[in-house]
Structures are given as structure tokens and as C-alpha cells.
Write a protein that binds this ligand. Structure first.
Ligand code: KIV
Ligand code: ZN
Length: 504
């Protein structure tokens, strides 16, 4: 059986753009419109032309460059709005005017100071007037979510008779529950005499976090157009998100419904909109959030590595994300660590991996997330650790403004622990003096370089050191979130070669 089509009406550039701080200039809007066309949306609501010259101009320019999707312009049920919208659409290959009026008790009496009869008339007049400019006219019954179903059916029947090709049933205030919204759509399907002459559209807001659920309930009950935005941006808590509905329809095959969305373009469109609108996507946002395909607990990581489907219902590649990410944190297990090390080209014996894992846990306790750069350091220093005959067991430093830095070190040297305390002109100098007093070798530090590996103040500090002894230069390296410890370890790393090569 052929799947039925659900039309995707994107209102990122109209309802989405109404969000404070998200305004785009015409060039940016054209870029988004092009991305939406590539994504495969059926209708682009390009703006509300009467609202500003900028909006008008954007609809004109978008109409010129977009060829496939219908270009839609919003109006109130006001003649001048409709005239301006028609003018803005004059270059559109497939223009649509989206006009409408409030149909709830609040809107009729407290916003429009009107009465139910007059509202039906205004709706009908608006549709007829829009129809004199374009063939494709969509009518919205604002606040339909809170409108009386019987009255709503009357309005919808009248505007379809007037020529509306699409009837939009907005849950403007995001008030309804999925069951209620679905029943409303079903009611209209069953009680509007001429409903088969128009497509029913959903337009849900997310005030109670129900936008996607309500939209889906509307679709299941007969709506065949969904009004959505990229990343769910929109007034207040936002609109229904395009990517969620598109992926529900794609992954829940039993619904026998399809869209024209090219899912592979979802992620990059989401990034584009987020960047241009300066509106970050919440990390746990379904489909496009940073964590949508990231696994952090040991059990889940192990499960995903055994078989992706154990913990993922969508392959991230389907939406244009290269692969699931295994976040390495203190809760990760050996399997995840081994997997990431292998991807970086390292392979270790079981014992070596155990050692790295211990170091990894130590580091993960002091740093929220371990990145590849950290792992390379852990893997490298672990290999050097094995070969060393000197190890720093303990380091305590007293320092700060107005005090003379003093350090106490405990070093394991060929299986025996040695301790010493020394002063210096700083914490590193004091610590190295203490180590020198144990090793009793005449050495000179020729180079001492400290570097932060990635970004924040919780980063690993990398230390490279060159130590000269009897004309020979020895190299030491270490990394730690504590740069004093890293400095002493780098010195010990170099000194372990001095001791080995020149005898203890
Ligand atoms: O939420 C709403 O009711 C709207 C209409 C103007 C379609 O955005
Ligand atoms: Zn809206």
C-alpha cells in the first residue's frame, strides 16, 4: 500500500523568527530558505509582510530564489495585510496566502471585541479576498486549541466554501493534551461537510511540552500538513520541531505516512539555524541536541559498542551526524576506553589497559570529560611509566603570597621509598630541589615548557623538560590537571634516564 503524504510547512522564518534576539536579515533568511528547500520542505512560510519593510522585502527575495516549495505569507483577516502579502509574493512560482482570525472565546470577545457571527464573516471575507490574488489560500483559526469544536467546525466549513485550500487548527497557547487535540481534528473530519476539499493542518506550540505529541495526534487523526520549525524555535516555549516529526514519521513505519524530508540534511540545517539565529540547541534536544546520540554510562556504552540498536532507535548517520559519540567520563567502563584508544590507533595488553584505565579514572575525577588529546597523553605516559625506575608517590607543597614555598616529596626508587623536604623560590622550584636532594645528581634544567592541552581551567597541563647531566641532554614529559605535579613528574621522567644511564 502506498504511503500517504504529510506536507511539511516550515515556519522557522515567520513564527520562529518572532523570538526576541532571533531576527535575521534578508541575506540570512535567503540562506535559511535555501537550506529548507534542500531539506525538502513543501511550504516555506517566509514572513508576515505587513509587519515591517524588512519582512516584506524578505518574502520578495525568497520568492525570487526558491523554486520548489510553496512560498507562503501570513496576514491577519485585514484587506491591507492581504494586499501587501499578495504584492510580496508576486515573484513566487507557487504563492500561498495564509490568513485567519481568532475563534476562541478569549480572542472573539477580549482580543477582537467582536462576536461569533462577525468572526465567521470576517474569515470568509478574508479568504475570498486572498483568493482574488492567489489560488492557494490557507485559513488559520487562531487559538483553535481553546475554541469550541462546534463553532470551530462552522467557521472551517464556511472558509472552505469561500475557497480555502488548507485549514490550519493552531493550538496557539500550547494548552491542549494530545488526546484532546487529536479528537478536535477527528471532530472536524467528521462534522465539516466539505472537509474533503481542504487539507487539515496542525500548528502546535510547546507551552506544556506537548507540541510534538499534539502534532502527531493531529496527524494520526487525519491532519495531512504539519506546521513546524527547525529546532522547535518559536514564540515562548517554541513550536513543534520539524526534525522530531520528520523522524517520527520516518522511523514509525506502521503509520504508513511519509514526508519529502531528506533526513541526511537535518543536522546541518539545525546547525545553520542555530548559528544564524544565535539560538543554542539544548544539549538533550531530541534528534539534533549535542547529547542526542551520546552515551555516557558504562552500561550503555558497552551495549552500544556491542550493537548500536541496543540503545539507539535512530542511526545518527540518517540525520547527517557522523556517528554516535561515546563520552568518556568517570562513569565510562574499560570497553569504552579501549574502543576510543583503538580509534586513535593504540592497542594495549589487558594489564596495560588496566593501568591506563586507573589513570583515566583519576583524571576523569578531576575533569568533566576526557577528550582525545587527554587520551593520547595518558596512553603515551603510561608506556613511559612501565619503563621507569623512579616514580613520584606523594607530593605536598605549601606556597602562596607571603610564604616561603616548601615541598615534601616521596619517591619510589627501585622499589624503595625516599622522602625529602626543601624550600625554593616557587612551588616547582621547591619540589624539584626536594627531588634533587634525594637523587644527588648534578643536573641543570635547560628547558621547561608548560602548555594547557585543550581549553578550560580544569584542563590537563602538559610539561616538557630538558635536563642536562655531564653534557648529555635528557627529555622528560608528564601531564596532569595539577601543573606542579606534572612539572615534578616531568623532571623525574628525565631523571630516571639520568639515573639509569649514569648509574645510581
Ligand atoms: O500560533 C498561531 O496561532 C499562529 C497563527 C498566526 C498561525 O502562529
Ligand atoms: Zn504560532
Amino acid at each position: 500500500m502506498a504511503k500517504e503524504q504529510v506536507f511539511i510547512f516550515d515556519t522557522t522564518l515567520r513564527d520562529g523568527e518572532q523570538v526576541p534576539g532571533c531576527q535575521l536579515n534578508t541575506i540570512e533568511k535567503i540562506e535559511v530558505a535555501r537550506a529548507l528547500e534542500e531539506l525538502g520542505v513543501d511550504i516555506i512560510e517566509a514572513g508576515f509582510p505587513i509587519s515591517s519593510p524588512g519582512d516584506f522585502n524578505s518574502v520578495v527575495e525568497i520568492s525570487k530564489v526558491i523554486t520548489e516549495p510553496v512560498i507562503c505569507a501570513l496576514t491577519r483577516a485585514v484587506k491591507q495585510d492581504i494586499e501587501v502579502a499578495a504584492e510580496s509574493l508576486k515573484f513566487a512560482k507557487r504563492p500561498r496566502i495564509h490568513t485567519g482570525i481568532g475563534t476562541s472565546y478569549y480572542h472573539i470577545y477580549h482580543k477582537l471585541n467582536s462576536n461569533p457571527e462577525a468572526i465567521v464573516e470576517r474569515g470568509v471575507e478574508a479568504v475570498k479576498y486572498a483568493k482574488s490574488f492567489v489560488e492557494d489560500v490557507e485559513f488559520y483559526a487562531e487559538d483553535a486549541g481553546r475554541s469550541d469544536n462546534k463553532y470551530l467546525a462552522r467557521v472551517i466549513e464556511a472558509v472552505i466554501d469561500a475557497g480555502a485550500t488548507v485549514v490550519n487548527i493552531p493550538d496557539t497557547t500550547g494548552y491542549t493534551l494530545p488526546d484532546e487535540y487529536g479528537k478536535k481534528i477527528r471532530y472536524l473530519k467528521e462534522h465539516v461537510r466539505n472537509i474533503d476539499r481542504a487539507i487539515i493542518s496542525t500548528h502546535c506550540h510547546n507551552d506544556l511540552g506537548m507540541a510534538t505529541a499534539n502534532t502527531m495526534s493531529g496527524v494520526i487523526n487525519g491532519a495531512r500538513q504539519v506546521e513546524v520549525t527547525i529546532n522547535g524555535i518559536g514564540e515562548r516555549a517554541g513550536n513543534t520541531s520539524l526534525e522530531e516529526v520528520a523522524m517520527i514519521l520516518k522511523s514509525r513505519k506502521h503509520l504508513d505516512l511519509q514526508t519529502r524530508i531528506n533526513a541526511k540534511k537535518i543536522y546541518r540545517t539545525s546547525r545553520l539555524v542555530s548559528t544564524l539565529m544565535r539560538m543554542p540547541v539544548q544539549p538533550n534536544k531530541a534528534i539534533v541536541g549535542r547529547n542526542a546520540f551520546a552515551h555516557s554510562s558504562g552500561i550503555h556504552q558497552d551495549g552500544v559498542l556491542k550493537r548500536r540498536e541496543n540503545y539507539e532507535i535512530i542511526n545518527p548517520r540518517t540525520v547527517g551526524i557522523n556517528e554516535s559519540s561515546i563520552l568518556l567520563t568517570a562513569r565510562s567502563g574499560r570497553a569504552a576506553l579501549k574502543h576510543r584508544l583503538e580509534k586513535l590507533g593504540y592497542s594495549f595488553t589487558r594489564e596495560a589497559l588496566d593501568r591506563i584505565y586507573d589513570k583515566f579514572l583519576e583524571l576523569a575525577d578531576s575533569k568533566k570529560e576526557i577528550v582525545d588529546e587527554d587520551l593520547k597523553v595518558l596512553a603515551g605516559s603510561s608506556a613511559r611509566d612501565i619503563k621507569r625506575n623512579l616514580h613520584l608517590d606523594h607530593l605536598q607543597v605549601l606556597c602562596g603570597k607571603g610564604t616561603t614555598p616548601v615541598a615534601t616529596v616521596h619517591i619510589e626508587w627501585d622499589g624503595t621509598t625516599h622522602s625529602a623536604t626543601a624550600e625554593g623560590n616557587g612551588p616547582v622550584d621547591a619540589s624539584i630541589n626536594a627531588v634533587k636532594s634525594i637523587l644527588n645528581k648534578k643536573v641543570r634544567i635547560e628547558e621547561f615548557l608548560i602548555q594547557a592541552i585543550t581549553r578550560g581551567s580544569d584542563d590537563l597541563g602538559k610539561v616538557h623538560m630538558q635536563v642536562e647531566h655531564k653534557g648529555v641532554v635528557y627529555y622528560g614529559f608528564s601531564a596532569s590537571t595539577d601543573i606542579i605535579t606534572a612539572s615534578v613528574e616531568a623532571f623525574i621522567d628525565a631523571m630516571s634516564q639520568v639515573v639509569k644511564l649514569s648509574g645510581s
